[in-house]
Design a protein around this ligand. Structure first.
Ligand SMILES: *Cc1c(COP(=O)(O)O)cnc(C)c1O
Length: 429
């Protein structure tokens, strides 16, 4: 270390620990955690991630409670439903609803009568209101739970679930939907081939042992060319319940996503039940929706397993707010105007240097593969990626061809300045 090395100025541990705010913190979280935060902050200064003068603030920010392990991130990847960054960001109204529900709240209580009320009735009504006919809804922990309970309650143990070989998909992290359905005790009856399955394939497999037909939207990949499967409408003629897992949770068709299935269309075409996630294109909290035939939905609701898969009050509150929203962040980001994105990128590039270049965003979250969302990014040196991730808030971009691309599509506009500040901080620590 030379005389001029800024690391000489990293504050010493005893001096930091004497700070009144850190002393106060140790009564709350304990001396060991405070020391660990101080050490981590000093390490960051030593490796040049933060300035020596920022060590105290950094240590405070790293304290548990102040900064839990899950921290907000600026998503500059252009990936709208980013699985590793918490999928859909909640709208401000949904966040407020979560906070309101966090204490004692009217989750299963009717204030008028002072008696127990139906759990989550407002959400279920809001869903039914936008669905065709007399379709009812049930909210579960996630999309996988929705499919699991649907197969368990509709087919039942030991009965057959007829499914196309083109739809036996892995949804991520090694989890495979056929294994999920098998874990419900159902016997999978695979029909057709990877690329083509005909109505006759289904018809030949349906018999006295059939519990249901399951259609799964192969949401995270595309097969082009010599492909084909019968429409849901044709399958409903086979006389057994048809469960359609649409995946991403569009409630109605979206012209911008022509290949993405939606609940309304599937139900109109005769699906008995539709299952979907709440935190993909619907833009709400992690949840699983089961929508459709009132009797089947009631059967699922009364199934013993339903209790193990149910959602908490925070989810119900966030989902209800999401359904009332005119536009959720996921939709706003997905449909962001390229010219506005360009203008924001220009401002960022002017502030931090870097080149503005075209960059297409994607829907992500295993949804709408192949759909490109035209936009722009600011290209900065790739070696900024690590320091930017280490900041608070961390900025996550995409390293492409030796450059770090910062795409503002999924950054709330009022955070542009914060992002610029973070880049400036790592450019001149
Ligand atoms: C995402 C997805 C699931 C799983 O939903 P989770 O909410 O992640 O549990 C199931 N099926 C399809 C088709 C999906 O796209």
């Amino acid at each position: 270390m030379t005389e001029t090395d800024p690391r000489r100025h990293i504050p010493r541990t005893d001096r930091l620990l004497a700070d009144p705010r850190l002393r106060a913190a140790s009564t709350g979280v304990g001396q060991a955690r405070v020391r660990a935060a101080v050490r981590a902050a000093q390490d960051r200064a030593r490796s040049g991630v933060i300035a020596p003068g920022a060590v105290l603030e950094e240590a405070l920010a790293l304290l548990p409670g102040r900064a839990g392990a899950i921290r907000p991130v600026l998503n500059a990847t252009g990936v709208v439903v980013h699985t590793n960054l918490g999928r859909a960001p909640l709208s401000p109204t949904a966040v407020e609803a979560v906070v309101r529900a966090a204490g004692y709240a009217t989750v299963e209580y009717d204030v008028a009568s002072g008696r127990r009320g139906p759990r989550g009735a407002a959400v279920l009504d809001a869903l039914s209101a936008v669905l065709p006919g007399d379709a009812r809804a049930l909210v579960l922990n996630n999309g996988a739970a929705a499919l699991l309970l649907a197969v368990t309650a509709v087919a039942g143990p030991g009965r057959e679930v007829v499914v196309s070989r083109g739809e036996l998909v892995e949804i991520g992290d090694g989890f495979r939907l056929p294994d999920l359905m098998a874990s419900a005790g159902a016997r999978l009856r695979e029909v057709g081939t990877t690329n083509r399955t005909r109505l006759a394939d289904y018809a030949g497999a349906v018999g006295p042992d059939t519990g249901c037909i399951v259609r799964i939207h192969p949401s995270n990949f595309r097969v082009d060319g010599f492909v084909g499967t019968p429409d849901v409408e044709e399958l409903t003629g086979l006389g057994v319940p048809v469960v359609v897992d649409i995946g991403s949770g569009l409630l109605a068709p979206d012209p911008a996503l022509p290949e993405e299935p939606d609940a309304t269309t599937a139900l109109r075409r005769g699906a008995s039940l539709v299952t979907a996630s709440g935190d993909k294109l619907l833009g709400g909290p992690q949840a699983g929706l089961v929508l459709g035939d009132p009797d089947l939905v009631e059967r699922l609701r009364r199934h013993p397993m339903a209790r193990a898969l149910r959602v908490d009050k925070l989810t119900l509150a966030a989902l209800e707010a999401t359904l009332r929203e005119a536009t959720v962040p996921v939709t706003a980001y997905r449909t962001a105007d390229p010219d506005t994105l360009r203008a924001r990128a220009d401002v960022l590039a002017q502030r931090v240097g870097g080149r503005v270049r075209r960059h297409d965003g994607v829907v992500g979250g295993g949804g709408a593969p192949g759909v490109v969302l035209p936009g722009w990014a600011v290209a900065v040196p790739a070696d900024l990626a690590g320091p930017l991730r280490a900041g608070d808030p961390p900025v996550v971009g995409r390293v492409v061809d030796g450059e770090l691309l910062l795409d503002l599509r999924c950054v709330p506009e009022d955070q542009d300045r914060t992002l610029a500040r973070q880049v400036e901080a790592v450019l001149s620590p």
